[in-house]
Write a protein that binds this ligand. Structure first.
Ligand code: NAD
Length: 452
């Protein structure tokens, strides 16, 4: 599905019209190419007085081959940066928030197109005093506003890092910075990411961060799931791709291309969890990563919705995830260091007219992550959710024109995301290096105004 408007604005005539009429101006986003540099230009790393993360982050970025700009150099009108990274952990009182203004104000136009802003803070719940917690909570407003203001494909995120965390914390912070600075996070903006504690291992090669991992992807025959299978295989995973028997041909095409294995199974069948568990145990002896991606919509306003529409959506999108988790965990098929990623939706955050069933199921997915992630933490397994916004797939291609255009443009990047954008985000949450990121809900929505 192509966004003709976005292609048109890249032409000479399109550019002139956009300028004259003040129309939305979707920029071409930088996306990941394996082997490419992490940041396509210098990165400026700043810090509030007493920040605890600037030093380790400086080491991480230098080791990753990033060119660091001189933080002592006075801001000038010609400097351009691929990213501004700011350690705000030293801010312990609202009167010290002025340091944010002093750093970002003179550099508000200094970020390159598709550049990045990353603010690092301390989780408010883990601060030493109410004043510190207040100041750290304030960082969210700054970051989300920068995401809405800077334009030209620049994204902004706040990363809360647990102080004095275990060895998994710096590894997962590195993994998170690598995700955020790269083109992998092209359509993620305005997010708050929490790096806590947990088992995390450094990959031998950051270009193959999933090397040797056995990964199950449900709903892999098309759309986001097919893109996901491709991204995970590119990153080194052995992909087990699952979909309904009716989608067998499409599923085979996906697995043939990536060299993965296919499982034809309807997730709602009563014996689906045990059949899946037996397949994984027999073929691989384990499953390191489970991605619950399969999902359906059966839209009607509530008054017109028959019970079948309600039941099938809740069952595919939510209950089947619970049943599969239960059996795989009971049989110890997900080892310590394992990852579960569930696909939710911004409809689960904001609700949506005509989608009471879908929004209920997707909000339930968020509840699943909130409630189960702390329990799984004890077993060294992380659990996170991603909430896609408007993604260019068959699902969104079927929307009425006006709604479709509104969905595409009503976000900070003025365009829909691509399946690969959701896939890259899920991939990052699946890395062995990301274990200290758990219990998060990450929106892949270009900072959509829905549910904001
Ligand atoms: P899609 O319809 O293109 O693909 C979903 C896949 O899941 C299909 O291949 C389908 O056969 C499979 N599936 C459905 N029921 C199944 C079952 N019972 N057993 C096994 N497989 C089953 O959808 P998509 O757009 O790629 O969406 C993927 C996920 O992302 C879904 O969970 C969806 O709710 C979510 N999502 C999508 C968007 C978007 O804009 N496309 C936005 C928010 C959330």
């Amino acid at each position: 599905m192509t966004d003709r408007y976005a292609s048109f604005v890249q032409t000479g005539a399109g550019r002139a019209l956009v300028k004259r009429l003040g129309l939305p101006d979707p920029p071409r986003l930088r996306r990941h190419t394996p082997g490419g540099p992490l940041a396509p230009g210098p990165v400026l790393l700043g810090s509030a007085t007493g920040g605890r993360l600037a030093e380790p982050v400086g080491k991480i970025l230098t080791a990753a081959g990033v060119e660091l700009a001189d933080p002592a150099a006075a801001p000038d009108a010609t400097s351009r940066f691929a990213a501004l990274v700011y350690d705000a952990t030293g801010i312990t009182d609202s009167t010290e928030l002025r340091q944010l203004y002093d750093f970002f104000h003179p550099r508000a136009r200094a970020v390159l197109p598709s550049g990045r802003v990353v603010v690092l803070g301390t989780p408010p719940a883990e601060c030493g005093s109410p004043r510190e917690a207040t100041a750290q909570r304030a960082l969210e407003g700054l970051t989300r506003s920068i995401g809405k203001e800077f334009g030209r494909g620049v994204t902004a995120q706040l990363v809360y890092v647990t102080p004095g965390g275990d060895a998994g914390t710096p590894v997962s912070l590195e993994a998170t910075l690598r995700f955020l600075l790269s083109g992998r996070s092209a359509y993620v903006s305005g997010q708050v990411i929490r790096v806590g504690t947990g088992t995390a291992t450094v990959p031998a090669d950051w270009d193959r961060p999933l090397d040797g991992q056995v990964v199950l992807v449900t709903g892999a025959a098309r759309g986001i799931g097919a893109a996901l299978a491709g991204v995970l295989a590119r990153d080194g995973a052995r992909v087990v791709a699952l979909d309904v028997p009716d989608a067998g041909d499409a599923l085979a095409a996906v697995t043939n291309e990536i060299g993965g294995s296919a499982v034809q199974l309807d997730l709602t069948a009563p014996d689906a969890p045990t059949r899946l568990a037996e397949h994984l145990a027999g073929r691989h002896g384990r499953v390191d990563v489970v991605v619950h991606n399969a999902g359906i919509t059966r839209d009607r306003t509530l008054g017109r919705m028959d019970a079948d529409r309600w039941d099938s959506v809740i069952d595919v999108n939510l209950s089947s995830q619970e049943r599969i988790n239960d059996v795989l965990l009971e049989r110890d098929l997900i080892p310590a260091g394992g990852r579960i990623v569930s696909v939710s939706s911004i409809a689960g955050i904001a609700g949506n007219r005509g989608q009471t069933n879908y929004a209920t199921s997707k909000a339930g997915v968020i509840g699943l992550v909130d409630s189960l992630a702390p329990v799984l933490g004890g077993r060294g397994i992380s659990l996170n959710a991603v909430a896609p916004g408007f993604i260019e797939t068959r699902l969104t291609a079927r929307m009425p024109l006006v709604l479709r255009e509104a969905g595409r443009r009503m976000n900070s990047l003025a365009q829909g995301g691509l399946p690969v954008d959701v896939a890259e985000t899920i991939g990052w949450l699946a890395w062995p290096a990301t274990g200290a990121v758990s219990g998060n809900l990450i929106r892949v929505c270009g900072q959509s105004l829905l549910g904001a």
